[in-house]
Ligand binder design. Structure first.
Ligand SMILES: Nc1ncnc2c1ncn2[C@@H]1O[C@H](COP(=O)(O)OP(=O)(O)O)[C@@H](O)[C@H]1O
Ligand SMILES: [Mg+2]
Length: 240
C-alpha cells in the first residue's frame, strides 16, 4: 500500500437541506491523476472544495499528509484587476512563510508566466486576457506556489476547443515534469480528456462514490458494469 497524501475518511457534507456528499472514502497517493466524473449536482465541486479545506465536513475527516502544499483552480479564474505579472507575484509576496521581497516575487512570477507561455502579456491587465489566457494565468499562479497537489474544478469547461487543448497540455506537462510528480485531482465533463490524462477515475452520483477504478478499467465496459451499472450507463450516455 502506498501512503495517503490527501483523502477523505467517511466524509459527509450537508449543504442546507441537501446532502452533497455521503460517506465518501477516498485515499489518494502522491503522483496520482484522479478524474472526478458524474452528472451536474453529483458532488464533484463539493468533493474538491472539501479536499481543499474550503468546506468543513459535517461528518468524517479530511486526510492530509503533513507539510503538503495544495492549490486549487476553478472553472472561471478569480483574477485581480492587476497586470498578469502582479496577479502571480502578489500571491507569492503575501505568502509570509516565503518572506520574499516584491522584486523576488516578480522575478518568480515572470518564470511562472513563461512556463505557461504568457510572458508576452505579463504587463496586461489579467482580467482583459482571453478566457484561455486567464485560465493559463491561474495555472501559472498555482504553479508558482510549487504545490504538491493541484485541484481543478472543470478547468476547461468554459473554454473554446483551442484553449481547452492548451490548458489540458499544461496539466499533462505539470503532472509529468514535477519531481516528485504532482498529484492532480480534477472534475471533468470531458471523457476524452479523462482518458488522456487520468490514472484513476472516480464516478459520483447523488454525493456517493459508485465507482473508483484505474482508468483502463473505468473505460472497459465489462469491468465498469460489474462495478456499477449506474456508472456504466453514465459513460454510455456520454459517449453516445
Ligand atoms: N451552496 C449550496 N447550498 C445548497 N446546496 C448546494 C450548494 N452547493 C451545491 N449544492 C448542492 O449540492 C449537490 C452537489 O453539488 P456540486 O458539488 O456542485 O455538484 P457538481 O459539482 O458535481 O455539479 C447538488 O445537489 C447541489 O445542488
Ligand atoms: Mg461542479
Amino acid at each position: 500500500m502506498t501512503a495517503t497524501q490527501i483523502g477523505l475518511d467517511a466524509v459527509s457534507v450537508q449543504l442546507g437541506a441537501q446532502t452533497a456528499l455521503s460517506s465518501v472514502d477516498l485515499r489518494i497517493a502522491a503522483g496520482e491523476r484522479v478524474a472526478l466524473v458524474g452528472a451536474n449536482g453529483s458532488g464533484k465541486s463539493t468533493l474538491l472544495r472539501t479536499l481543499h479545506g474550503l468546506l468543513p465536513p459535517t461528518q468524517g475527516q479530511v486526510l492530509q499528509a503533513p507539510g503538503i502544499r495544495q492549490a486549487m483552480l476553478f472553472q472561471r479564474p478569480h483574477l485581480l484587476r492587476l497586470s498578469a505579472l502582479n496577479n502571480v507575484a502578489l500571491g507569492l509576496w503575501l505568502d509570509r512563510a516565503r518572506g520574499l521581497r516584491w522584486r523576488q516575487a516578480q522575478a518568480l512570477a515572470l518564470q511562472a508566466l513563461a512556463r505557461v507561455g504568457l510572458q508576452s502579456v505579463a504587463r496586461q491587465n489579467g482580467r482583459q486576457l482571453s478566457g484561455g489566457q486567464q485560465q493559463r494565468l491561474a495555472l501559472a499562479r498555482a504553479w508558482a506556489r510549487q504545490p504538491d497537489v493541484l485541484l481543478l474544478d472543470e478547468p476547461t469547461a468554459s473554454l473554446d476547443p483551442h484553449a481547452k487543448r492548451e490548458v489540458e497540455a499544461l496539466m499533462a506537462d505539470f503532472a509529468n515534469s514535477g519531481q516528485p510528480a504532482l498529484t492532480l485531482v480534477w472534475a471533468s465533463h470531458n471523457l476524452g480528456q479523462v482518458k488522456r490524462l487520468a490514472t484513476r477515475v472516480v464516478y459520483l452520483e447523488g454525493g456517493r462514490v459508485l465507482a473508483d477504478l484505474p482508468v483502463a478499467d473505468f473505460f472497459n465496459p465489462h469491468v465498469l458494469a460489474a462495478q456499477s451499472l449506474a456508472a456504466h450507463a453514465f459513460v454510455q450516455g456520454e459517449l453516445a
